[in-house]
Design a protein around this ligand. Structure first.
Ligand SMILES: *Cc1c(COP(=O)(O)O)cnc(C)c1O
Length: 218
């Protein structure tokens, strides 16, 4: 089932669009099934779960972190994550910089942008993103690789399209006004229910869980 789900999605992804398989809450056996048919990027949202899964999977897995990250959990995540997609506060960004300097590492991140009209207000607004990117010099050991966002939880495609369009416009604006940000290439939008709309809006990476692994058991 997992293999078929993956194949079905992959054949619709344009080349150049990467697929992060969101494996949170799924046992490692499911991840291994996906790995066996070639999936290499896995995304987790809980620090302990990520740290527990890493040693159980082959070493060429590319782990992404997509959940809310508390600064006291950095050591469970940053040694393993090839990309932290969910940097949602200045406080977290500063803590990542401190950890990176102390551990002589460079940490690739996406800035999470609040684009939905849902009540939970996780992530930066456009102004905050611009101002952080004005001072990348304050974060010499953080690599700013792009933006991540989640559309409003709704069946109304007009709303979802407009959420994605706003984020895509911000992404394009930064790419064109800040060409010196050479690593700023990733627009991570699109989940199980809305990834085709995200592709239309210029997604470079989709994050898909349920449509690959089935429903999560919380
Ligand atoms: C859980 C999660 C996903 C995947 O959601 P599905 O609807 O299962 O595809 C994608 N992005 C983030 C940030 C998530 O937390």
């Amino acid at each position: 089932m997992i293999a078929q789900n993956l194949l079905k999605i992959k054949e619709k992804l344009p080349s150049g669009v990467r697929l992060a398989a969101v494996s949170k809450f799924h046992p490692v056996e499911r991840l291994q099934e996906a790995y066996a048919v070639g999936q290499r990027i896995f995304a987790e949202s809980r620090p302990q779960e990520l740290a527990a899964k890493v040693p159980q999977m082959p070493s060429d897995v590319e782990w992404h972190f997509i959940g809310h990250l508390q600064t006291n959990k950095l050591k469970l995540v940053l040694p393993y994550a090839a990309l932290v997609q969910s940097v949602d506060s200045l406080h977290l960004l500063e803590a990542i910089q401190t950890w990176a300097a102390a551990n002589r590492k460079c940490v690739p991140v996406l800035l999470e942008v609040h684009i939905s009209s849902d009540a939970t207000k996780q992530g930066f607004d456009a102004g905050e993103v611009r101002s952080i990117l004005q001072r990348t010099g304050d974060f010499p050991d953080v690599r700013f690789c792009g933006l991540m966002g989640m559309a409003t939880l709704t069946d109304d495609e007009t709303v979802i399209r407009s959420d994605f369009a706003r984020l895509s416009a911000l992404f394009s604006e930064i790419r064109s006004t800040r060409p010196e940000l050479a690593d700023f290439r990733e627009l991570s939008i699109g989940m199980s229910d809305d990834w085709p709309l995200a592709l239309e809006a210029g997604s470079t990476m989709v994050r898909i869980g349920t449509a690959i692994f089935g429903p999560r058991e919380y």
